[in-house]
Design a protein. Sequence first.
Length: 115
Amino acid sequence: VQLQASGGGLVQAGGSLRLSCAASRTISSFNAMGWHRQAPGKQRELVAGITSGGRTNLADSVKGRFTISRDNAKNMVYLQMNSLKPEDTAVYYCNAVSVFNDGYWGQGTQVTVSS
């Protein structure tokens, strides 16, 4: 399974970005997919997740600003990020969990928010 993340970049505080994650196989086969991020010197943390049934969860730090969605027909998962803050700066990783609890990770995409 390959997960290809894209959409990162440099944006000013208050701006928006949309991250995309393209999966090499049908995403309906995964129990859940999500986005994690890792800032320099910090541990990787869950930002947002979405189950195969469409249930979502968001980290408290991004609630009201980020939205996760999926397009099963295109095998894509998205992370819409609005009102970005400098503390959102990190490498963002797409991941997927199979029905057998196997985990898969994409290569990461850098998001940099300038103040």
